[in-house]
Ligand binder design. Structure first.
Ligand code: 3HC
Ligand code: NAI
Length: 691
């Protein structure tokens, strides 16, 4: 007996309960007493069957991720599972909450698995840059078949108890009283005299595998993996399960695991796992959260509509406010159309669509926002309009309601000052499309109350967003750094690169697309309008816009798009335009390599991140990583720009920035003091201390 594992005997059935809050991870503290308890029960004639269950909110959610990268303390999970398979009395996992990773692998070591109706089961290791290392790749295919196992292991997405039962992963699902029902089940199994076959010896389903079909599926993964090793290792391991004897496949899985766990990609993905959980934490103990039962949204345009959908998808009722009945109708019609597309695609049922639409009410009268607990403004990006809206909100919103702006660039302090309750005002910067993109920058203004921030961070999580708390500056963390990343784009073209070469350097790095393709997707007219408002110019991009080349929506931008396709085709007209502009400026084109493109785009990105830390706009370097991975497609296997700076070598980055500073004279390359210090200490220093 220990604090982490206890054993009780229920009418001859031993119930082993793991109790390691919050998620019952298989830390050494659990493994040791669990192993000892199983040895004792194996040899105890008073126990005719063994149930493994968990206390608290979930079954085992996996290995303890904090132990990776440290020396392994025995017994390992694999030893516990191997021990389970030698036990000659029925062993049953009673699964509630989530059985994930090592948790599901533990359950696969049992003869039977029972689950609560609400449970979810999966092997999410791939999301940490790993593969299941406790036999999951070898045992799961024996129960569910190789194809389903490949799906589950490569996607990392858990399945419901119902589906698990349908595919053969779970033996029984109960609507209530899981433990009592499982004890009864265990007793019945013990009283039957049928032979008990461990999962390792169930080879029937594997023999059915069509290897050619399996290989074709696995081959499709390489492209999707975008440079990530883990999905490919997962497929290799599942293939081994089909072609190799059990023990050999198990040993091969181990080798792959050991290689991945010590690699940079997994380190990067584990860093992001903890970074995401850290980023939304508001300092201050036990902050009381405000109750949010209804959300108001002002403006039913691109962002307002998407934000409204994000809340309705999370089950919250929404009041949508527009300037006219027509604009409101237009906004609601777009929302309905978007849901209809999901129904058409099969990702949403007609019934669920209706349930979500029922959560919307529309209005053109500010008084109707009086019962909202949170009101988010998503009107035109114009300070005068925003101030007017907040002034009107101040008059109608109930006391304690949180008032948020979705502004991309404007000063949230100035917006807050247009109300008599700046403590209730903050920024909620969603990304487009807001019903899809996970990132939410929560902007803390000078006077924002901590409990308002904590409430919004909590709510963001409830609707499936990854929230990062940031400070006020032009463009906050994401868009400000994006500007730094793009500052050299036109120079690179003028000096000899093509949009295609720049974009390829990005996709080779692991980004889903490069900056020019991104520009075409978002619409080049947006930047053009912004530049005009700020009195700025961009020789090539401005000319493209003057020619009506706004990107994909006009069929032409930095690239050409044939017949409504999204596939970019290099355009000789654009290249001729670039050369003409270069000639006007007396620039002779030269060959520009991928390395230079990275140095002149991603090193300034890191450098701007360092300035953001210095100014206290981000509280941690890892917060910046969370923004970039979730909002802008920075490759997860590199952990975000600030983590990647460590992999790339900060001294090298400083040296190359200095080189480009000297060569171009441009301030964007001036290394930030915090970056210089990082190069010396390996620690990112933030305003108020080091981390
Ligand atoms: N190890 C260590 N800590 C863990 C952990 C794990 N496996 N899973 C969660 N935690 C910690 C979190 O960091 C968080 O800590 P904090 O409160 O200090 O920030 C706390 O537990 C609660 O986690 P969440 O905030 O994520 O809680 P939720 O209720 O939202 O989600 C969950 C619960 C779905 C279980 C989610 O935590 C999760 O997905 N965990 C990771 C599951 C996973 O990846 N398992 C596989 C691990 S690798 C493995 O098993 C290898 C094996 O094959 C050998
Ligand atoms: P949009 O032009 O699509 O929508 C704005 C909507 O607000 C229009 O429907 C308009 O009728 C309505 N509106 C204007 N004044 C109003 C008022 N006084 N009361 C009620 N409704 C009013 O604009 P979009 O793209 O949705 O942008 C909205 C805000 O979101 C801006 O601040 C923008 O900077 C920000 N944002 C935009 C992103 C994008 O990718 N489009 C991303 C993140 C933030």
């Amino acid at each position: 007996m220990s604090n982490f594992v206890s054993v009780a005997n229920e009418n001859g059935v031993a119930v082993v309960t793991i109790d390691n809050p919050p998620v019952n991870a298989l830390s050494f503290n659990v493994r040791k007493p669990l192993y000892e308890a199983l040895i004792a029960l194996r040899d105890d004639p008073a126990a005719k069957a063994i149930v493994i269950a968990c206390a608290g909110r979930t079954f085992v959610a996996g290995a303890d991720i904090t132990e990776f990268g440290k020396p392994v303390e025995q017994p390992e999970l694999r030893a516990i599972i191997a021990l389970l398979e030698t036990i000659a009395k029925p062993t049953i996992a009673a699964i509630h909450g989530t059985a994930l990773g090592g948790g599901l692998e533990l359950a696969l070591g049992c003869h039977f698995r029972n689950a609560d109706r609400g449970a979810r089961l999966g092997l999410p290791e791939v999301k940490l840059g790993l593969l299941p290392g406790g036999g999951g790749t070898v045992r799961l295919p024996r129960l569910v078949g190789a194809k389903k196992a490949l799906d589950m292991i490569v996607s990392g997405t858990p399945i419901s108890a119902g589906e698990a039962e349908a595919v053969g992963l779970v033996d029984a699902v109960f609507d209530d009283d899981l433990l009592a029902q499982t004890v009864r089940f265990a007793s019945e199994m013990a009283d039957r005299s049928e032979p008990l076959v461990p999962v390792r010896d169930r080879n029937g389903r594997l023999a059915e595998t069509d290897l050619a079909f399996f290989d074709a599926q696995a081959a499709g993964l390489a492209k999707k993996a975008r440079g990530l090793d883990a999905p490919l290792a997962c497929a290799e391991a599942v293939r081994n399960a089909i072609t190799l004897p059990f023990d050999e496949a198990l040993a091969a899985e181990r080798q792959l695991f050991v290689k991945l766990v010590s690699g940079d990609q997994s380190r990067a993905q584990r860093h992001l796992f903890f970074a995401e959980r850290e980023a939304a934490k508001v300092p201050g103990k036990d902050l009381q959260k405000r109750r949010i039962a209804r959300v108001g949204i002002i403006g039913a345009g691109t962002m307002g509509g998407g934000i409204a959908m994000a809340f309705a998808n999370g089950g919250l009722p929404v009041t949508l406010l527009e300037t006219s009945a027509e604009a409101l109708q237009r906004g609601l019609a777009t929302i309905e159309k978007n849901y209809a597309v999901s129904v058409g695609r099969g990702s949403l049922s007609e019934e669920a669509k209706q349930q979500r639409l029922d959560l919307f009410s529309g209005s053109t009268d500010y008084a109707d926002l009086g019962d909202c607990d949170l009101i988010i403004e998503a009107v035109f990006e114009d300070m005068a309009v925003k101030k007017e809206v907040f002034g009107r909100l101040d008059a109608v919103a109930k006391p304690g309601a949180i008032l948020a702006t979705n502004t991309s660039y404007l000063d949230v302090n100035a917006i807050a000052a247009s109300t008599a309750r700046p403590q209730d005002v903050l920024g909620m910067h969603f990304f487009s499309p807001a019903n899809v993109m996970k990132l939410l920058e929560i902007v803390r203004a000078e006077k924002t109350a901590p409990d308002a921030l904590a409430t919004v961070a909590d709510l963001a999580r409830r609707i499936g967003k990854v929230a990062v708390i940031v400070g006020v500056c032009h463009g906050f963390v994401g868009n400000r750094m994006l500007a730094a990343r793009g500052a050299e784009n036109e120079f690179l073209l003028l000096e000899g690169a093509t949009p295609g070469q720049v974009d390829k350097a990005f996709t080779d790095f692991g980004w889903p697309m490069g900056p020019f393709q991104m520009g075409d997707l978002a619409g080049l007219d947006i930047g053009w309008r912004n530049r005009k408002a700020l009195g700025q110019t961009a020789a090539i991009a401005d000319t493209l816009c003057e020619q009506g080349r706004f990107g994909q929506k006009t069929g032409r931008g930095w690239y050409r798009y044939g017949g409504g396709s999204r596939e970019p085709i290099g355009d000789p007209d654009v290249e001729a335009l670039i050369r003409a502009k270069a000639a006007e400026q007396g620039i002779t084109p030269r060959a520009i390599g991928a390395e230079e493109i990275v140095e002149r785009t991603l090193y300034p990105l890191v450098n701007e991140g360092a300035k953001i830390l210095e100014e206290g706009i981000a509280a941690r370097a890892s917060d910046i990583d969370v923004v970039w991975v979730n909002g802008y497609g920075f490759p997860v296997g590199k952990g975000g720009p600030m983590f990647w700076a460590g992999l790339e070598g900060a001294a090298e980055i400083v040296e190359r920035l200095e080189h480009w500073r000297a060569k171009t004279g441009r301030a964007i390359f001036e290394p930030a003091p915090v970056l210089r210090r990082f190069a010396q200490t390996g620690t990112w220093e933030v305003a108020g201390g080091a981390q």
